[in-house]
Design a protein around this ligand. Sequence first.
Ligand SMILES: NC(=O)c1ccc[n+]([C@@H]2O[C@H](COP(=O)([O-])OP(=O)(O)OC[C@H]3O[C@@H](n4cnc5c(N)ncnc54)[C@H](O)[C@@H]3O)[C@@H](O)[C@H]2O)c1
Ligand SMILES: [Zn+2]
Length: 372
Amino acid sequence: MALIAVDIAGRPYQVHVGDGLLPNLAQYCQDRLRKRVVPIITDANVHKHWGAVVEQALRDAGHEPAWRILPPGEQTKSWAELAATVDWLLALEVERNDHIIALGGGVIGDLTGFCASILKRGCHFIQIPTTLLAQVDSSVGGKTAINTSAGKNLVGAFHQPSLVLADLDLLATLPRRELRAGYAEVVKYGLLGDAAFFDWCEKNGAAMLAGDQALREEAVAHNVAAKARIVAEDEFERSGTRALLNLGHTFGHALEAETGFSDRMLHGEAVAMGMVLAARYSARTGLMPETEAERVASHIAAIGLPADLASLGLNCDGKVLVGHMLHDKKMDAGTLPFVLMKGIGVAFLDKQVDLQDVSAFLDQQMRVSATA
Ligand SMILES: NC(=O)c1ccc[n+]([C@@H]2O[C@H](COP(=O)([O-])OP(=O)(O)OC[C@H]3O[C@@H](n4cnc5c(N)ncnc54)[C@H](O)[C@@H]3O)[C@@H](O)[C@H]2O)c1
Ligand SMILES: [Zn+2]
């Protein structure tokens, strides 16, 4: 079991990483559950697998869960679900000092966190992340959001949880494709600032994905600690430190947009491909040795994540992909900051990237099967 502190000024909180947390939920939440009724927001898949465990844990401690079970999937992060969920919380008479529980992946965490940020001008919430992506990334750091017709995550708030319980046992029921997609965010921490951790990924990534619980704990705890440091330094993404977490995301966002934010490409899969593109683009501009960029691509491919743009069968050119990038919420006064690399573990924010060159690079990547 690992315990990681997120040292946000005025609102520090802890992240527990380990197994067997869910059955002992009430004990970990302690006096945060002030009332008999505990509001829990989840999705139907998670509820099917883990609802009974939560139900038992709360009832044993004298609580009664009030469930809100939403449809699984990205479309749940909507204005409509936000409004309906806030109304549901109001009907439950949730007060500002109460805690709402988010039991799910990034979709449930983002929606619940946003509800908590606006309910009576802000109430508390507890994150119980159930996907690898949510455990290593979205449940920590306080970014919450919904999607609108103009794009993904365009409306939201910074609102930190007051506790995060990352129970590794929950990953047992996660579909393999989702698990693998979440692994992209794990590799990201190595690439952005921790070359030794990238070595660890090359050595242990496959075994971790195959189910080795000790390796999972090591990876999740290591990543949460890295994210905690970054968030404590730059909670509101102002100084540029937190922006490094967007490594692979600008290229990835374009791929997600081009594939319609659909099951054709999961977020983590797009990020994996995006990190390979960021590495290769860094090599193209002479920032990073090509051998290092290809080392990134080899590891991503070895894990079974996309590392070859040509093989994705996209029916578009580089210009179209760059067009998607221009709708990225990271746009800043007409420029689009890119996270590039000077080497594995040495990421930095480049605000001077030439988008025409990016477009030409993408055209070339779409023609050449680079890993062949
Ligand atoms: N707030 C942040 O900092 C942040 C960071 C990264 C991503 N995100 C957001 O997170 C979302 C993606 O999150 P995600 O990848 O966790 O996806 P998700 O929440 O959609 O979950 C993926 C799928 O797995 C299912 N599932 C979840 N846990 C399960 C379990 N234990 N067993 C079986 N099935 C399970 C879900 O029902 C869903 O079908 C996106 O909306 C993204 O924008 C937010
Ligand atoms: Zn991501």
